[in-house]
Design a protein around this ligand. Sequence first.
Ligand SMILES: Nc1ncnc2c1ncn2[C@@H]1O[C@H](COP(=O)(O)OP(=O)(O)OP(=O)(O)O)[C@@H](O)[C@H]1O
Length: 270
Amino acid sequence: MTKRSAGLAAIPHTTPDPARAGVAALPATLAIEGVSKHFGGVYAVRDVSLTCSEGEIVGLIGPNGAGKTTLMNLISGTLTPDQGDISLGGVSLNGASPADCAIAGIARTFQNIRVFHRLTVRQNIEVAYTTYLRHRAHKRASRSIEEIMELIGLAGDGDLKAGTLPYGKQRRVEIARALALAPDILLLDEPAAGMNEAESVGLIDSVRAIRDQFGCGVVVIDHDLKFIMRVSERINVMHMGELIASGTPDEVRVNKEVIEVYLGTKSAVS
Ligand SMILES: Nc1ncnc2c1ncn2[C@@H]1O[C@H](COP(=O)(O)OP(=O)(O)OP(=O)(O)O)[C@@H](O)[C@H]1O
């Protein structure tokens, strides 16, 4: 048995109880305040402020190059802001590494799927669950790996190699792995990309179930506007690095600037 598989096999499939550890979970709000990031002469993100609290599903949309992924990279510690503050539950994350951000309570998925192809679905999730047990179990209750797989539509797939799964299921493996950290805030970067209509409708239910059962906040980016409009309670719209609108799906749908940005047609966002 390899060192890795020995470690993975040792992980208990039970749910630690933070109350037993004597630490009460505090409500956490992700707060982004006046954040900017430029690459050479290009402002990828300019003076953006927004929030996402536990229990909220917040959408982030904008045309190609609007700055959405850069903002997600800033929130998750992959990039450092040139200006502004990013905090979770009042604790600054400025300068925090991706690992620090994950331990602090921010988990994410990626635009281009990054599952461990040769590991099984269960092992992919266990990798993150190990981090959860080491660093977050005293802060927040989680679900067992089997419960997470069930919730995300992977029940029965645990022993399959992740790389052999169809695209939509690999996306679900990524989400399950992020959830295994029991995050305060879950960042989903284009989760519906490559999914057919039925799959993206199913994903709406999954995202809501995640919010309801984990109590985390969810920030979701997607180009599938039908999906974003249906899943989000609030939507932020970016264009050329700036936040140009913020509101409920109904408010954003009729916002003039948003309509102009989306090909100048109302039908694109309705
Ligand atoms: N590492 C980088 N180096 C140079 N420029 C970058 C880098 N990352 C992003 N940019 C630029 O920053 C701007 C915002 O890019 P970003 O990928 O954040 O947009 P996006 O809204 O996520 O786009 P898409 O929807 O196509 O993924 C673009 O002009 C992009 O070319």
